[in-house]
Write a protein that binds this ligand. Structure first.
Ligand SMILES: Nc1ncnc2c1ncn2[C@@H]1O[C@H](COP(=O)(O)OP(=O)(O)OP(=O)(O)O)[C@@H](O)[C@H]1O
Length: 261
């Protein structure tokens, strides 16, 4: 479903991803863990095409290709120049990917209902009735059927984040990217949001790539945990092994630090 093949990403002189390779299978749930600044969000931003990979100096030694659903987002030509896929392909790929961010990013001047129907109507060209029916179903799923006419400012952070989840699901994504979705929430609101995501994980086949510090949640929903540091995967495995008996010192240190927070 998703393939990174020796992907590099730099910001100026800072090399954030260093020849990173991994595959994610359809319907797989993978959680990225690792210290702040290790490049987790950058991976999600590359998948959203908010960033592009950095070409390498010696392309014969290094691939640097990222794929979603069998189609490359970019490739190197023979001269080592990065060729980004055409905009139509990127748009189609982006449509299959939903993302929920730390900041809820709802449209402040639209009601909850309109937040969930807007992209369905404009991007997927659904009729208003069809979009509203889908929105009702999803707002029910996230426990907000009584808030359809409210504006984001009238909701708690946890409620706003649940609207953002409904909005992402309304686009029928094949892939859902979750970036620290509870980090901006007061502690008492975290459980509701994670509860909704647990339901989504158990009731759909959506492929999920998750960045979170909520280790209990990661353990419950993930098929695989990837420990990430300095732009490479340090260690990966099933949640039981990664949380119960990690092999690498960097993983052990990271988990100890997170647990003592
Ligand atoms: N647009 C940018 N310009 C310059 N540097 C950037 C940019 N985006 C990210 N970085 C840098 O790249 C590194 C990786 O950032 P990234 O946000 O991917 O890390 P992260 O693992 O998600 O961290 P956190 O857990 O704190 O969110 C950081 O050092 C960050 O400062």
């Amino acid at each position: 479903m998703i393939r990174f093949d020796r992907v590099n990403k730099s910001f100026g002189d800072l090399n954030v991803l260093n020849g990173l390779s991994f595959d994610i299978a359809p319907a797989e749930r993978v959680t990225l863990i690792g210290p702040s600044g290790s490049g987790k969000t950058t991976i999600l931003r590359l998948l959203m095409t908010l960033e592009h990979i950095t070409p390498v100096k010696h392309p014969e030694e290094n691939g640097g290709v990222m794929w979603v659903e069998g189609e490359p987002f970019s490739h190197m030509d023979k001269g080592g120049k990065l060729v980004v896929a055409n905009e139509r392909h990127l748009r189609q790929a982006r449509q299959k990917i939903g993302m929920v961010f730390q900041q809820f990013n709802l449209f402040p001047n639209m009601t909850v209902m309109r937040n969930v129907t807007e992209a369905q109507v404009h991007t997927l060209k659904r009729s208003k009735d069809e979009a509203a029916a889908k929105a009702k179903e999803l707002l029910d799923l996230v426990g907000l059927s009584d808030k359809v006419d409210n504006y984001p400012s009238q909701l708690s952070g946890g409620q706003q984040q649940r609207v953002a989840i409904a909005r992402a699901l309304a686009m029928d994504p094949d892939i859902l990217l979750l970036d620290e979705v509870t980090s901006a929430l007061d502690p008492e609101l975290v459980a509701d949001v994670l509860g909704v995501l647990r339901d989504v994980a158990s009731s759909t086949n959506i492929t999920m790539l998750i960045v979170t510090h909520e280790m209990g949640f990661a353990r419950d929903v993930s098929d695989r945990i990837m420990m990430f540091d300095k732009g490479v995967i340090v260690e990966e495995g099933a949640p039981e092994a990664m949380f119960g008996d990690p092999r690498e010192e960097r993983t052990q240190d990271f988990l100890r630090a997170v647990r003592s927070e």
